[in-house]
Structure formats: structure tokens, C-alpha cells
Design a protein around this ligand. Structure first.
Ligand code: FES
Length: 169
């Protein structure tokens, strides 16, 4: 039964794609009819450097099993050196995620150009397969398993915030 469940696991993957290369590559994959798994949810960004590491953490916190960031090949960035900044940022983020205990492979980076439709489909297949093998993400997911006392305090604070300030006068 457990093995059957594992087989049925379909990971949710958030893919941040730079509009000039990887997003166009995804388009080309569609035009060229290169198939890839439907597990990705695409977020189009102007450049890979536009992806704040916090977006990645937020995606994981909100239930994504994996995150892919894909941009132009080094040297091909539409904004000259955006992807170099991105590469540096992600290297630091990777170390942070390892420190937090996140499995390697949950967050992946790749470079796909606008002319690489087939490569795009290959990257998505590989990312989906590797995240599938890792299973559902549990490390960063926000849970509501808070002690009841803290939950009550938060609810009361929220109630106070909602009162109209003019009424206190
Ligand atoms: Fe594609 Fe910068 S424009 S990575």
C-alpha cells in the first residue's frame, strides 16, 4: 500500500523562468511538442536575478515540493550580468538551505536558452523525477501545530488589531 502511495506522489514544483530565455524555451517546447510532466507551475520573471531568495523560501513554506529557477546561459543575460548575480545569490542560498537541513535537489537551478525547447522539457523531466524521489517536502512547510496557548494569544492580538482606533478615544 505504501509503495502504491509513493508511486502516486506527484510533486508540486514552482518554476521561476526568465522571460527572455527559459520562458521562451518553454514556449518552444510547446511548439515543438516536446512533452514534459505537468507538475510545474510557471512564474515568469524578467530575469533570473529578479528571483529573491525569499520567493524560494516562501514557495517551500507554502507547500511546493520543489523549486526551479531557470534563466539565460551565463553570458547571454538580456541585462548583461543578471544571471551572474543570480548564480552568486543561489550559491549562498544553497548553503543556507543545506544548513537548514533541506534535502539537496529540492531547489534547482538551470540555464535554458530560448532555442532549447527540447532541453527545457528534459530539465523539467529531470527536476520532476528527482523531486518525486525525495517525496513530499516537510522541512519548511508552515504548520498550524502551534501550542493552543500561543494560538489563543495570537487570536486575541488579532482581535485587538481589528478594533477601530477612533473608538479608544
Ligand atoms: Fe534571462 Fe537575465 S534575462 S537571466
Amino acid at each position: 500500500m505504501k509503495k502504491q502511495e509513493e508511486k502516486q506522489f506527484e510533486p508540486k514544483i514552482v518554476a521561476f523562468l526568465c522571460t527572455w530565455c527559459s520562458y521562451a524555451g518553454a514556449d518552444l517546447a510547446g511548439i515543438g511538442r516536446y512533452q514534459y510532466p505537468p507538475n510545474i507551475r510557471v512564474i515568469r520573471v524578467p530575469c533570473s536575478s529578479r528571483v529573491d531568495p525569499l520567493y524560494i523560501l516562501k514557495a517551500l513554506q507554502n507547500g511546493a515540493d520543489g523549486v526551479l529557477v531557470s534563466g539565460c546561459h551565463p553570458g547571454d543575460c538580456h541585462y548583461i550580468e543578471g544571471n551572474y548575480y543570480a548564480r552568486r545569490k543561489f550559491l549562498i542560498l544553497k548553503n543556507l538551505l543545506e544548513f537548514l537541513g533541506l534535502e539537496e535537489g529540492r531547489v534547482q537551478f538551470s540555464w535554458v536558452s530560448a532555442a532549447e525547447g527540447e532541453r527545457f522539457s528534459q530539465v523539467i523531466k529531470e527536476v520532476t523525477e528527482s523531486v518525486r524521489l525525495l517525496g513530499p517536502a516537510k522541512k519548511m512547510v508552515k504548520t498550524l501545530d502551534m501550542p493552543e496557548e500561543i494560538m489563543r494569544e495570537l487570536m486575541e492580538e488579532q482581535k485587538e488589531d481589528q478594533t477601530c482606533p477612533e473608538r479608544h478615544e
